[in-house]
Design a protein around this ligand. Structure first.
Ligand SMILES: Nc1ncnc2c1ncn2[C@@H]1O[C@H](COP(=O)(O)OP(=O)(O)OP(=O)(O)O)[C@@H](O)[C@H]1O
Ligand code: SF4
Ligand SMILES: [Mg+2]
Length: 466
């Protein structure tokens, strides 16, 4: 049973506040007149994790991997298919509306879309005051006074009490959502993509506000995001999800310095790191190919094996368990990165796996860039034949456009736009797709004149500098 601090009945900092064991949510697929169940979407398929009091747990993963479903399960907005959810040591997995009522004060959710999550017919005062009315709580000084106090806590004008949601910007609406979530002084706040619908400039403000409030009110957060850049600054620990499972759960610094799951590595390599000190650091971009498989019939064994460049036979047949390979780092992989058992040399990689991802080393990109520069100079000086020069110039223009797109996508990835990491990968792939991309095994392409037709690669260092 977790230790409770005496003065406010809260679990002491660092103690387990929420514990999830084998959590599952399968949405049934029904067909026909009789609505017979013909299958199920395995949205969340066996999660095990804990959230400690006072910490921020970030949850990341591609679209459709089950993040929102997980958030709704732990706040008990959805009924789990299997597994267990414990809050402060109490099993809340199957509590009904009445049983959950006292719990509702302690566990709150901030939703992704500030435009649809506020009732347009209600004033701000009514929206933020609703939790008091629903819970039958009369704050000191009355609801209106408390709502106005909350408005000023989240940086809004208390005079705007009688205004309607449409009179506010996206960032202001999200502040309203935060004020509503905080009204009853919750212990745990689950924020589902709290900033991804907002402008880049506003995102930082909202994230900082949440950070300040956490310190001030001793909140515990579970923050869900599409990619690693949002949770990077705020999380103590990060869980990486893939197709309804947690594939890696680690302390933030460990995850960034030495990601162990190949999927985490791929996700991280797609996120530009705006750190000038790391500008020349050696890195590798991993471009995952193919779509996320369907959660209706997830792949056998390791669910990532259809896209993993290290997949071997065991990955196809045996599901790896989430185990602590280093203190503070749990990983579900047969051949983890940054570990003794990297891809075993004597094991045959699955042939499909070899095609699953493209590894583009920075050195190769830089080499191509140099060759391209040299060629551009040669063209300018008339050293290259007309036909060849025209071809390379044309290719250059086209591909430069494509890589600008890629760079723009990368910027949007930095800005934590939804789908950003995916679109950045796609844009990267598009930029390289027309020709055979340069790979670590093919540095020779850099020496051929044909490289002139591949300036997309030559342009890549812009992205790789991130
Ligand atoms: N009510 C529902 N009925 C049927 N399937 C659902 C339902 N809600 C979610 N799903 C499915 O469950 C899977 C996980 O969805 P979820 O919304 O949890 O993903 P997500 O990781 O939050 O994605 P995103 O990043 O796009 O928000 C998806 O395949 C989705 O289609
Ligand atoms: S190496 Fe195997 S177990 Fe590890 S992520 Fe790749 S496919 Fe999965
Ligand atoms: Mg979601």
């Amino acid at each position: 049973m977790p230790r409770q601090s005496e003065e406010n009945g809260r679990v002491a900092d660092g103690e387990v506040l929420l514990k999830v064991t084998g959590l599952q949510k399968h949405f049934p697929i029904k067909k026909g007149l009789l609505q017979r169940q013909v299958g199920a979407v395995h949205a969340v398929d066996g999660l095990d994790f804990e959230v400690r009091s006072g910490e921020t747990l970030g949850v990341v993963g591609e679209s459709g991997c089950g993040k929102s479903t997980m958030g709704r399960l732990i706040t008990r907005l959805l009924e789990p298919t299997g597994g267990k959810v414990e809050f402060e040591g109490k099993d809340i997995t199957h509590l009904g509306v009445t049983g959950m009522r006292p719990m509702r004060r302690d566990v709150q959710m901030i939703f992704q879309d500030p435009y649809s999550s506020l009732n347009p017919r209600h004033t701000i005062g009514t929206i933020i005051g609703a939790p008091f009315r629903l819970q039958g709580v009369e704050p000191e000084g009355g609801i209106k006074k408390e709502v106005q106090r909350l408005l000023s806590v989240v940086g809004l004008n208390p005079e705007h009490y009688n205004r309607y949601p449409h009179e506010f910007s996206g960032g202001q609406r999200q502040r309203i959502g935060i004020a509503r979530a905080l009204a009853l002084k919750p212990k745990l706040v689950v924020a589902d993509e709290p900033v991804s619908a907002l402008d880049v400039s506003i995102q930082a403000q909202v994230v900082n506000l949440m950070d300040d409030l956490q310190e001030e009110l001793g909140l515990t957060y579970v923050i869900i995001a599409h990619d690693l850049s949002v949770v990077r600054h705020v999380s103590d620990r990060i869980a990486v999800m893939y197709l309804g499972k947690i594939v890696e759960l680690a302390d933030r610094d460990l995850l960034y310095k030495t990601p162990m799951h190949p999927y985490t590595k791929a996700l991280m390599s797609a996120v530009p790191i705006p750190d000038p000190k790391r500008k020349n650091a050696k890195s590798e971009r991993i471009l995952l190919k193919g779509d996320v498989p369907s959660p209706i019939s997830p792949p056998s064994g390791c669910r990532f094996h259809t896209r993993c460049w290290k997949a071997t036979e065991i990955c196809r047949t045996t599901e790896p368990a989430l185990v602590e390979l280093r203190p503070g780092q749990q990983v579900a992989c047969h051949h983890p990165e940054n570990f003794e058992d990297q891809a075993p040399q004597d094991t045959v990689l699955l042939s499909a796996a070899k095609e699953a991802a493209e590894l583009v080393a920075d050195e190769v990109l830089a080499e191509s860039a140099q060759t391209s520069e040299a060629l551009a100079t040669a063209v300018a000086e008339g050293e290259v034949g007309t036909e060849e020069a025209t071809a390379s110039a044309d290719a250059g223009t086209e591909e430069a456009g494509a890589s600008e797109e890629a760079a723009a996508s990368d910027e949007s990835a930095a800005s934590e736009e939804p789908e950003a990491s995916e679109s950045s990968e796609q844009a990267d792939e598009e930029a390289e797709a027309p020709e055979e991309p340069a790979t670590a095994e093919k540095p020779a392409v850099a020496e051929k004149p044909a490289v002139a037709e591949k300036p997309a690669v030559a342009e890549k260092p812009a992205a790789s500098e991130d």
